[in-house]
Structure formats: C-alpha cells, structure tokens
Design a protein around this ligand. Structure first.
Ligand code: SF4
Length: 202
C-alpha cells in the first residue's frame, strides 16, 4: 500500500456521500432543464402517437395506464395521471407492462389435444374462446337442475327449487379487479354456477 495515500475512513465516505447528495440536489435545483430534456426525449418517442387509456393487467389494484400507439403498435406505456388510483405512478411490474405487449415470446395461440389424441395441435385464441363457450353451454344444458331433493326440518324428503349446475366451477385470480369480479359473478350466477372460489381466498 502506498503510505502517501491516506486510508479512507467511514467519515470520508459519509462526507463524500453528502457531497454527492449536494451535487444531485444542486442538479435537481436546476431541474427545469432536466425536466425539459426528459419531456423532449419522451415527446420524440411518442410523437404522433395516439394515447389509449387502459388498466394495468397485473394485479387487482387496477392502476390506470396510457398506452401510446403508432400505426396500431404500442410504442410506450406510462402511468395515467388522471387515474385516481395511481395518479400517474406505476410499480416496477406495471412499468414493465410495455414488454408484456411487445415481447416476441407472447403466446397468441393455444395448444389443444383432442380426446384420445397423442399429439398437440396449435389453435388460434378465437378458436379457444368459441370452444369454451360451446362446452360451457353443452355442460350447463346437460346438468342443469331446477329442483333438488333433500330432507326437510320434519325429516321428510322435500324437493326444493335450486336452478343450478354442479358441473361447472369458477376459480378467480388475484389479478381480477373489482369490476371484473362483479361481471364474472354476474355471469356465473346467471348460468346457475354455485361452485365459485377465488385463488386469493384459498
Ligand atoms: S401491478 Fe403495479 S402498476 Fe399494475 S395494477 Fe398492480 S400496483 Fe398497479
């Protein structure tokens, strides 16, 4: 070790940190320039873009986002300052939602293996939506019960009106926000589904 060099003490480190903080503070004090530069950089990225307000899909907080769209493609995602929930802020996950939309790894097809088949087939998402709707209707029609036999308070068998199907279940997830839960429950109740749960509760 070169003895001409004074060892760095804890106090030196603290002093250096304070100086760094002062430098940063000074820069922020002059921050009009930084803000203008940032705004300019952003304006280049989203120049001519259409702002589409949406909701972050990652969790039930439901933060508002603004997706900037150019020629049908999302080029940027920011927090929506008009959202009363997040007032323009996004957590790291929400801030990364741009990648979720643009990643080449995004799955746009489903894998389907027909009953008895040994091979998976690739099918479009629209095909899967129709298949789910079709199977839901078929299952409901086949299993819907208007009444249910049970034992009354007097011990005798009684037949009660139930209007339900026990063959379909609904399992919600933690990413479902208030509005989605409301609509999901309405749909399930209308179908006569009574086996309703949520992953966040289990
Ligand atoms: S993941 Fe983050 S940004 Fe998205 S809704 Fe939840 S808290 Fe908001």
């Amino acid at each position: 070790m070169d003895r001409s060099q004074k060892p760095v003490s804890r106090r030196d480190v603290l002093r250096g940190t304070a100086a760094g903080g002062f430098a940063l503070g000074s820069a922020l004090a002059l921050g009009g320039n930084l803000t203008a530069a940032k705004a300019h950089a952003l304006s280049l990225k989203v120049a001519g873009a259409k702002d589409v307000p949406s909701i972050c899909p990652y969790c039930a907080v439901g933060c508002g986002i603004i997706a900037s769209v150019v020629n049908g493609k999302v080029v940027n995602v920011e927090g929506n300052p008009n959202s009363p929930i997040n007032e323009g802020n996004l957590c790291p996950k929400g801030a990364a939602s741009f990648q979720m939309m643009t990643t080449p790894l995004r799955q746009l097809k489903v894998k389907y293996r027909a009953p008895g088949a040994t091979q998976w087939e690739e099918k479009p998402l629209e095909w899967a939506y129709d298949r789910i709707a079709q199977l839901t209707k078929e299952t409901r029609d086949r299993t819907f019960a208007r009444t249910w036999k049970t034992t009354g308070a007097d011990g005798n068998e009684v037949e009660k009106e139930v209007n339900h199907t026990l063959a379909i279940g609904s399992l919600g997830g933690a990413t479902m926000d208030n509005e989605w839960n409301y609509v999901q429950l309405k749909l399930m109740r209308a179908l006569g589904v009574v086996n309703i749960e949520n992953q966040a509760r289990i």
